[in-house]
Design a protein around this ligand. Structure first.
Ligand code: ADE
Length: 239
């Protein structure tokens, strides 16, 4: 899978994809991450990529021409895979497990990182296939949300994670939060690992884990619990 990130701040991505599952996935050739610097497509020697909004509101917007050129260049790099273009923005649909699953089969994604007050509306209309938000708060730009999206998609790629850290045991996979987990020692600061986990009885352990997952989800995330009970998991829609 190819990820092409269009950004004003390429250096923000240095290091973040050089560890753990994303690093291993790059080494195995499962994913390729490219960076397109929007300023490389600016027309002036100051490499200007932003401008004042019409109508006099505060803040700056990404100018349409350099951004359109950057998106076209990123798309051309992966044209044979018919890439979709995703804009990271607080106005987008909320990212959840279902959205990650929907994007995972794509062969190439162009990910546009907004900055400042956002982007010119005409870019949205002509170039953007889908808009995604990572939560109801405003970050300084779409770079960190792009990292979140790439990490979440990569985890779901077949072969990306070994059975040691299986995605199927993750929170949200079956619509529930994960149960509590323990590792050695058996006793730590006066707290013992629950006996059942030491019993070696796999069926009982699985039942305990499922009970715990249900209890935690019911208590902490009544919204997820409601959907789980309706077997309407992995969706943002209310049941
Ligand atoms: N850019 C700024 N804030 C964002 C958010 N919450 N999600 C996605 N992109 C963003």
């Amino acid at each position: 899978m190819f990820f092409e990130i269009c950004t004003l701040f390429p250096s923000m991505f240095e290091g973040v994809f050089d560890d753990s599952i994303v690093k291993r996935s790059r080494e195995k050739g499962l994913i390729t991450i490219g960076i397109t610097d929007i300023r490389d497509f600016a027309a002036d020697r100051h490499r200007t990529a932003d401008d004042y909004p019409y109508g006099g509101s505060a803040g700056m917007l990404l100018k349409p021409e350099p951004l359109a050129k950057a998106i076209r260049a990123g798309t051309a790099k992966h044209a044979q895979y018919n890439p979709k273009t995703i804009l990271m923005t607080p106005q987008g649909e909320p990212l959840c497990h279902r959205v990650v699953e929907e994007l995972q089969p794509e062969e190439a994604l162009i990910i546009v990182c907004g900055r400042y007050k956002g982007i010119d509306e005409r870019i949205r209309q002509h170039y953007i296939d889908r808009e995604i938000s990572i939560g109801d708060y405003v970050l300084s730009g779409g770079e960190i949300p792009a990292m979140v999206l790439i990490d979440a998609i990569t985890r779901l790629l077949p072969e990306a994670i070994g059975c040691r850290d299986s995605a199927e045991k993750d929170s949200f996979y079956d619509g529930l939060l994960s149960p509590p987990q323990y590792t050695r020692p058996e006793e730590f600061e006066g707290l013992r690992v629950p006996e059942i986990l030491l019993s070696g009885h796999h069926a009982n352990i699985e039942r305990w884990q499922k009970d715990q997952a249900q209890a935690i989800t019911r208590k902490r995330r009544p919204d997820l619990w409601e959907r789980y009970q309706h077997k309407d998991i992995n969706t943002n829609d209310l049941p």
